[in-house]
Write a protein that binds this ligand. Structure first.
Ligand code: FAD
Length: 494
């Protein structure tokens, strides 16, 4: 193995890891970033898909949208000199109701019966009342955290209302729309963390807020730009297999049973900065600190020597990825605009529950020109959780027909004939295993959330999935990467 020495070893070159490395360097610390994949960016990824016209078309396989509250990401994008543009939103939206009837409407409110409309407003107000009580940085500290964490979001909504259409339409914003898990599998507290991180539930409902801007040429450009600054400090294609992070204290070793008692008792939790060694197939990096910048569902892919303290080993097993298919369909032109439609479509409880106009703007690897809109129209749709499972179980052609058929319910028969079609499948990728992000199972957030950001000896954690502001979003990744590096710099200074 090639031996390297640096102050900090960063595991993972997604936005969190690269921001940690960038910040640590600015603090005068040397860094090595070890990335499993042969590219940087993690769950952000600029891609190309070949069309029936023989040309490549640009798509954003992973995360892409920025909302106005994501201020740390916005300032970084500006600093890196990356231009942004607004999502196309002119024209009327489409809603398909539970009976399959299509309605064209203006504004944010779904065209539902007056009673359902009132019920949705009431539910949203109630969620926002609770959201206002939640500190996104420590939801487990809410006086009723355990109580809010033991009821599923679905069950709670059903306790509040007997209108299934209102429940489906409210649930969509957190369940299929964000956590990408069925609403009966996560708690009310977990749902409140999501809305608190966005400022309010009303912000999640407002697609013009939450899906506001994109980076010209794709969100992965943020990571590519940071990696370019870091140069040889970033090493690709090197999954970290082992992380040595502490010497078990021989004075407390349980000789008889062969387990270091200090680790078993969790003493090592508060261990000092020390000789950390990260091992990959080809590298051995010696450092004083490590930043673990991978999603929590992947922590257990690394062998920790000594093992993580008991409570961490348990906690990590209760954090899992959601599942969603991001559907990309490229057309000769954005035909829906000819009919005065924005391309924004909703249908709670349907196979495809959300669609947006995702037409590209600016320079990109498919040949876009700076500041100019691509003449081809792109739609992006989402197939979440149980529907995603059903779709992956189908043969490819049937899957494509089912998904395009569901999109055509909103935008008509022309939707059935894209010139390029692609399904984002991060669940099949070894170094992600789901989408968009991870969350706790029922009861997990109140039991273990307090551990997620506490360093384990010299190991600091950084990922969007353990963020407060920007939770599960690129902004959260950037914030967490920066915070981890600043915490290390502070430890170094004292
Ligand atoms: P990641 O991006 O997952 O990066 C982690 C990195 O660690 C990866 O590069 C991985 O390869 C690497 N790694 C893992 N294990 C190891 C190991 N053992 N050794 C070395 N390296 C390892 N967010 C938004 O803000 N807006 C959106 O519109 C949006 N849409 C999304 C759509 C999709 C389809 C997906 C999948 C995500 C979306 N997100 C969105 C979420 C956003 O992409 C993530 O929040 C963000 O990428 C998380 O960054 P991260 O650095 O914390 O983790």
């Amino acid at each position: 193995r090639e031996r390297r020495t640096s102050d900090v070893v960063v595991i993972g070159a997604g936005p969190a890891g690269l921001m940690a490395a960038r910040t640590a360097k600015a603090q005068g610390l040397s860094v090595t970033v070890l990335e499993a994949r042969r590219r940087v960016g993690g769950r952000t990824w600029n891609g190309l898909v070949e069309g029936t016209d023989g040309k490549d078309h640009f798509i954003e396989i992973g995360g892409q949208w920025i909302s106005p509250d994501q201020t740390r990401l916005i300032s970084l994008v500006e600093e890196l000199g990356l231009p942004t543009f607004s999502r196309f939103r002119d024209g009327r939206n489409v809603y398909v109701d539970p009976r399959g009837e299509r309605h064209v409407y203006d504004g944010l409110d779904f065209p539902v019966a007056e009673k359902t409309d009132r019920e949705m407003d009431r539910l949203i107000a109630k969620i926002d009342e609770l959201t206002a009580e939640i500190d996104a940085a420590a939801p487990w500290e809410h006086p009723r955290a355990a109580e809010l964490d033991k009821i599923s979001f679905r069950h709670w909504l059903e306790q509040q209302s007997d209108d299934p259409e209102a429940i489906d339409n409210v649930s969509i914003y957190i369940a299929s729309g964000m956590l990408t898990k069925p609403s009966h599998t996560f708690s009310l507290l977990q749902a409140l963390l999501m809305s608190a991180s966005a400022g309010s539930f009303r912000n999640l409902v407002d697609e013009d807020f939450i899906l506001d801007k994109r980076v010209e040429g794709g969100m992965q450009s943020v990571s590519l730009a940071m990696a370019a600054e870091l140069g040889d400090d970033v090493v690709l294609g090197q999954p970290v297999r082992t992380l040595r992070w502490a010497e078990p204290d021989p004075s407390t070793a349980d000789e008889k049973n062969g387990v270091a008692a200090d680790v078993r008792n969790g003493v090592a939790h508060d261990g000092a900065a020390g000789d950390v060694v990260a091992l990959t197939d080809d590298y051995e990096v010696h450092a004083r600190y490590a930043v673990l910048a991978v999603p929590p569902n992947l922590y257990s892919r690394i062998s920790f020597e000594p093992p993580m303290p008991r409570e961490q080993q348990i906690a990590h097993q209760h954090i899992s990825m959601g599942l969603v298919i991001k559907v990309h369909a490229v057309y000769e032109t954005p035909f829906w605009r000819e009919e005065g439609l924005s391309g924004t479509c909703f249908g709670g409880g349907r196979l495809v529950q959300e669609i947006y106009d995702n037409t590209n703007r600016g320079e990109n690897p498919a040949g876009g020109a700076p500041g100019e809109e691509d003449p081809h129209g792109t739609l992006v749709g989402f197939v979440s959780d149980v529907y995603a499972e059903q779709m992956w179980a189908l043969p490819e052609e049937e899957r494509k027909a089912a998904i395009l058929g569901a999109m055509a319910e909103y935008l008509g028969p022309r939707t059935l004939e894209p010139i390029a079609f692609f399904l984002s499948d991060m669940a099949a990728e070894e170094w992600t295993r789901g989408a968009y992000a991870t969350s706790y199972d029922l009861g997990g957030l109140s039991r273990w959330g307090h551990l997620q950001n506490r360093p384990t000896g010299p190991i600091h954690y950084a990922c969007s999935d353990i963020a407060a502001e920007g939770y599960q979003h690129v902004d959260g990744a950037i914030r967490m990467g920066e915070a981890a590096a600043l915490a290390i710099a502070e430890r170094e200074a004292t």
